[in-house]
Design a protein around this ligand. Sequence first.
Ligand code: SF4
Ligand code: SF4
Length: 353
Amino acid sequence: MNLTLHLTDNCNMDCAYCLREKCPKDMSEEVLFKACDLAFSKGLRAGLCFFGGEPLLKKDLIYKALDYCEDKVKETGMKFDCKMTTNGSLLDEEFLKRAAKAKMGIGLSFDGTAQDVCRVFVGGKPTSSVVEEKAKLLLKYMPEATALATIAPQAVPHYAESVRYLHELGFKHISLVIAYGRKVNWTDEDLELLRDQLEQTCEYIKELFIKGDHTFVGPIYSKIGECIRDKNPAEKCHLGVRQMPVTPSGELYPCTSFIGDPDYLLGTVYEGVNDKKLIEISKRASTPETCVGCDLVKRCTNSCGCSNRMNTGNENEISPLQCTYERMLIEISDALGEELFNMDPAKFQKEFA
Ligand code: SF4
Ligand code: SF4
């Protein structure tokens, strides 16, 4: 079973687009170990994602969870994998050695050259120079780590140069998302600029393709890959199937944007998951009304109940912004895919199939 452990609601950064309510609420050891037991309670493998707020504020809990789960592996014979999303500012050699031993997958939230536009420390100091050094340290121990950039409207002019910067820093996996939610306001001009930046990013991807550099640049790579593999993002989980969040107090919800809503409470680490309720919630999934009949219905992420809820308040309703973004992304990715295919069909197949 896969659980996302919200080890703390607190964070040492104060990002402009952050939707988390920062408050000093930390997970107790008791909840932590119960959550680990729950992860090992079903199936052949257990997965934990360390999350926050900023999870490295609770490094002690991460060390304890890793030791505990490694014992559970010996006891049960099950497989265990772990990952973490962090702002990186508290990474150090000791932690990275332990994380590398546990084969932890680390996603570093790092907005590249846009970092200081939105991501500042609590109190307002810029974070880019600290996180750049930490990124180098991370890559020394984990060359396969992922850079996760969130692009808000005010940072759009940095999109393409951020991809280049993160790649030159050494990241082989780069994933960019646009910022959503009540703290950001996308205008038509921002979206036009975003189109231009996505096209510039495609030019860079073309350069990488010609050089035979296999760096993954999401979401453009994913869109091309899904298209040629006929893989449908609409078949991805709607809610709670892949990764269930655990709050600091041990409550379970189907996905992050439902945390705190009693209507979606699925149980606790003490009682386990209420399967009946999980099934009932998953049955509420339906194609957003505005998507029925759209040619792109199987190509876009309209079925993500968590992001729909965050953007519109309704798990089955997609926001106009997301629809516009998905259309733009699919159009631009398809054009790039066609160009790369025409350039070298065999290489294209190898890269994306
Ligand atoms: S680092 Fe993450 S949790 Fe912390 S303020 Fe930024 S977005 Fe929010
Ligand atoms: S492009 Fe828009 S209308 Fe079409 S499926 Fe996606 S979100 Fe729905």
